[in-house]
Design a binder for this molecule. Structure first.
Ligand SMILES: [Zn+2]
Length: 293
């Protein structure tokens, strides 16, 4: 029946320590006959004792939360940063963030609710419920990487709250770009080292744009997606405009076609431009930065 088949967008954090599990997935349609409630109602097994609203984000946890905590201030600033840098209208759509107090409780919940998903530190779920409204939900647990993980997942949530569709490569590239602290200007030292050291690296935006499924996104694709996003946002005005106009199109058109033809006129050679951009970023890395950073 149609009411028990829903379209679900799952996006997840790249786990650097588990490259074989990396990737995010578009699961559509998704059979979830047991669910009869919307995400806005209490979810059995999810934390709910504490509720903290920070702009469009609603945090739910069983541990005490205060809006003065650096984490919540940073995430509020992230919202401004994302919408401002991408020239998108700020959304008021609520994003529900379930912050589990530890890994065991988080994984037990995720296994029960999303049995088919691989284990990740964090997940973003956009699910169309009955009536067509979309619920935007993030699940994660408190750990030393919570801030970075939430910056990544909430970037997904913000994009999905204002765009009709987000191609998976672009979704991950932007999330990787914004997950680093604001002062880093999107520079991810790990990714720079990884793509420059890969002996078989061959940048190919056309290939990236054809990826549709979770299993197609390995760490190499995450790194390359980040690199293209960084090139567009941090090289020339023409390159940035190609991305910004593409995002504007995605606000009203879920299938605006490929981005590559729009970006190509900005450079003599796209691939060489990306190589040169990465070499320049690498040259500017602080002394002592290593490939394992
Ligand atoms: Zn992601």
């Amino acid at each position: 029946m149609k009411t028990v088949w829903r379209t679900m967008w799952i996006s997840c954090l790249l786990a650097a320590s588990a490259p074989l599990l990396a990737g995010c997935s578009l699961l559509a349609p998704f059979s979830n006959a047991k669910e009869g409630k919307t995400q806005k109602e209490p979810i059995a097994g999810a934390p709910s004792k504490q509720v903290l609203r920070v702009s469009q984000f609603v945090f739910l946890s069983d541990v005490e939360m205060h809006r003065e905590q650096p984490l919540f201030k940073d995430l509020s600033n992230l919202r401004e940063q994302v919408y401002r840098e991408l020239r998108l209208p700020p959304a008021s759509t609520e994003v529900f963030v379930y912050l589990f107090e530890d890994q065991a409780k988080y994984e037990k919940f995720m296994k029960a609710k999303y049995a088919n998903l691989p284990v990740r530190r964090a997940y973003f779920v956009a699910q169309t419920g009955r009536g067509g409204a979309e619920d935007l939900v993030v699940y994660t647990y408190l750990n030393e990487r919570t801030q970075k993980d939430l910056r990544h997942e909430l970037t997904h949530a913000m994009l999905h709250s204002v765009l009709k569709n987000v191609p998976i490569w672009l979704d991950e590239g932007l999330a990787e770009y914004f997950e680093v602290p604001a002062g880093h200007n999107g520079v991810n030292a790990q990714h720079i080292s990884a793509v420059r050291q890969a002996s078989d690296v061959k940048f190919d935006l056309d290939r990236l744009e054809h990826l549709k499924e979770v299993h197609q996104m390995s760490p190499a694709e995450y790194h390359e997606a980040w690199a293209w996003v960084h090139l567009m946002l941090r090289s020339t005005p023409q390159a940035k405009q190609a991305l910004l106009s593409y995002l504007q199109d995605l606000r009203v058109n879920p299938e605006p076609g490929p981005l590559r033809p729009r970006l190509a006129p900005a450079f003599v050679s796209l691939e060489q431009a990306l190589q040169a951009h990465l070499a320049e970023l690498h040259r500017k890395l602080p002394a002592g930065t290593t490939a394992r950073q």
